[in-house]
Design a protein around this ligand. Structure first.
Ligand code: 5GP
Length: 192
């Protein structure tokens, strides 16, 4: 069986990666499986352990670093986030297309470690800084201090966008999702 793709989606906090992901996951023919990350961040309202993330303590996260369990991991605004390695490999070997929603440092680690042709990297770009700020505020999940930290981080992430194979502007969520779905569909064909 042909090994599945490794799809990387990055973009600044608040750009709409989660919403785009929901549209993509509806396309059953793409055989996409979402890679659930591990994080030391506390769950937000409505987030479920084992669905949105595996929420773990600092000690547990450190244990996984020490045992080389992560394909990549990174620190993002006071917390750590990582992709479990064995899960990704297992699924790709079963022909599933694995979807990683990760920040840019983690994406760089994956791109420098995984060298097969099945990797596709996409950066989701906000249409403007103002739009990003409005979106992150509307979400009402973070304090003012954290919003500022996330916006600053977002600006430095945008500078890295050219490292990705594709940059998609999230002007309208459905349009942007369709553009990403087309990118993935083309890559699946190319990979066959
Ligand atoms: P949030 O706290 O908003 O859920 O996530 C913060 C940032 O961390 C987002 O850009 C998100 O895509 C990223 N992220 C989530 N999981 C991982 C992961 O496993 N590895 C890395 N490097 N970043 C992640």
């Amino acid at each position: 069986m042909k090994k599945g793709l490794l799809i990387i989606l990055s973009g600044p906090s608040g750009v709409g990666k989660g919403t785009v992901r929901k549209y993509i996951m509806k396309e059953n023919d793409l055989r996409i499986v979402y890679s659930i990350s591990m994080t030391t961040r506390k769950p937000r309202k409505k987030e479920i352990d084992g669905v949105d993330y595996y929420f773990v303590s600092n000690e547990e996260f450190q244990h996984h670093i020490d045992h080389d369990d992560f394909l990549e991991w990174a620190e993002f605004v006071d917390h750590r986030y990582g992709t479990p390695k064995s899960y990704v490999e297992e699924l790709r070997n079963k022909g599933k297309n694995v979807f990683l929603e990760i920040e840019v440092n983690g994406a760089n680690q994956v791109l420098s470690r995984v060298h097969d042709t099945g990797v596709v990297s996409i950066f989701l770009m906000p249409p403007s800084h103002k739009a990003l700020e409005e979106r992150i505020r509307r979400r009402k999940t973070e304090s003012e201090e954290l919003i500022q930290k996330r916006l600053n981080k977002g600006l430095s992430e945008i500078k890295e966008a050219s490292r990705y194979q594709h940059v998609v502007v999230n002007d309208k969520i459905k349009r942007a999702s369709k553009e990403i779905i087309d990118i993935i569909r083309n890559k699946i064909k190319e990979n066959e």
